[in-house]
Design a protein around this ligand. Structure first.
Ligand code: GDP
Length: 424
């Protein structure tokens, strides 16, 4: 029996999906505890290459039960498309290996509309939303103005609730944004189509998890995005609208009393960031293009080119601290093989003063990176599977990071395939 959370330490896209896919071998249950389908985990395995958006990454492992916890933004329409896509590639998805919390709130069609309408209103001050409706969804959840998945099992209750919500939401849609109002028929048709599809998967996942806990099952808790996108601890307002940190795993999963044994933080060997907001180590121009191409840094959901730069140890150390990471999986080390010298941001320069501390978001745009260069290894390491076989310069790079972030690096990933890693 063990309880482990696997989380992003930086801005997301650290390669969590690949690590969860690898680690699921040792777990009975994988739970997604927050976020929606607005980001993507890329997983490559015997079935092919997949961009998972909402489904837990354990979905490919026979015998693993996957849970969408109460903390997620449950978009039945996109979830169904994702399920259909994966099933069409030969992966079985049934109520036996996928369970959706009856307490997960449902992302309704107007959440996507409102996301797009608000980004359009903001024009050049936009937050860089993926327009999947996540921010309007979470604000409505906390206003108690959404429906819970379990309500699909109570049609009469649901219809009355939906009608009340629609009357309230139409005031904003028409009055604030001059958009089209929803009709109850439209909503009922949407619920009948997509709610109907996911209904067989909905159950009391809290009860299921408590039983699993009593039966000594091992549970892996999977997060979306990274510490710097956490609503409370990230680079607000350029964060997501939920808590992506490990501390939220118990609440968002349906096992509020669970104490995690392990928190594996995923760090990429260099920095990437999608969307708006301060990004201290950002490279522009040919260096950025070369790194982006080497790491194929394009959004899994949107295809947007990611912003790239050297590893930011100030942000990473902060991420390790807020996540309470007990071990680190360092991914994409192989991508740096083309560099003669490898730049690393060790500290920030703020108003002429050197600091190790990650600043308050409003002060972050003033931070300048202090960069140190480490030796590159200049050879292909994608076939290396043991620490001893890793070139000395690559070992030094890993050890340098480990020492600066104050957390052991227990996995080093050298390729996207399931077996392309080194366990230390
Ligand atoms: P996630 O959201 O944190 O899972 O991150 P992404 O889905 O953006 O994953 C990062 C990308 O890098 C995916 O395309 C992975 O297949 C790929 N990837 C993960 N680990 C490695 C690695 O060690 N080396 C290389 N070359 N690619 C990797």
């Amino acid at each position: 029996m063990s309880y482990c959370a696997i989380v992003g330490i930086n801005w997301g896209d650290e390669g969590k999906g690949r690590m969860v896919d690898l680690l699921t071998e040792d777990y009975d249950i994988v739970v997604r505890y927050q976020g929606g389908g607005n980001a993507g985990h890329t997983v490559i395995n015997e079935y092919g290459k997949f961009a998972l958006h909402l489904l837990p990454s354990g979905i490919f492992r026979p015998g693993v039960v996957n849970v969408l916890g109460n903390g997620v933004a449950l978009d039945p329409e996109n979830l169904w498309l994702e399920i259909e896509d994966i099933v069409s590639k030969g992966v079985p998805i049934t109520p036996e290996n996928l369970k959706i919390s009856d307490r997960a709130s449902i992302l309704l069609p107007w959440h996507r509309d409102l996301d797009a309408l608000e980004e359009a209103r903001l024009k050049d001050k936009k937050y860089g939303s993926t327009k999947q409706g996540i921010a309007p969804f979470y604000s409505d959840k906390y206003q108690k103005k959404t429906i819970m998945a379990g309500e699909l099992l109570y049609p009469e209750y649901l219809e009355n609730h939906l009608k009340d919500l629609m009357e309230w939401k139409n005031l904003t849609l028409t009055g604030v944004y001059g958009a089209q109002a929803y009709t109850l028929e439209q909503l009922k048709a949407w619920i009948a189509e997509f709610g109907g599809k996911i209904k067989p998967f909905i159950c009391d996942t809290g009860a299921f998890l408590r039983k699993a806990q009593a039966g000594d099952k091992s549970i892996l808790f999977e997060a979306q995005l990274g510490a710097l996108r956490d609503l409370d601890y990230g680079i607000y307002p350029y964060t997501t609208s939920s808590n992506s940190i490990a501390a939220y795993a118990p609440v968002g999963s349906g096992l509020p009393s669970v104490v995690l044994d392990e928190v594996i933080g995923v760090v990429k060997a260099y920095s990437t960031c999608v969307g708006e907001g301060p990004f201290t180590c950002e490279w522009l121009g040919p260096d950025a293009d070369a790194l982006r191409e080497a790491g194929f840094e394009y959004g899994a959901k949107t295809g947007r080119p990611r912003r790239v730069g050297p590893l930011d140890l100030v942000a990473t150390r902060y991420g390790v601290q807020v996540q309470g990471a007990t071990g680190i999986a360092l991914t994409k080390l192989d991508v740096l093989s083309y560099m003669e010298k490898i730049p690393v941001c060790t500290q920030y320069l703020m108003h002429g003063m050197i600091t190790d501390e990650f600043p308050f978001p409003a002060a972050l745009p003033q931070a300048e990176p202090v960069v140190k260069y480490l030796d590159g290894w200049n050879c292909d390491i994608s076939g290396v599977r043991t620490w001893e076989d890793l070139p000395k310069a690559a070992q030094n790079y890993v050890e340098f990071i480990e020492q600066r972030i104050g957390c052991p690096i227990t996995y080093v990933s050298v390729g996207p395939e399931r077996d392309a890693y080194i366990k230390r």
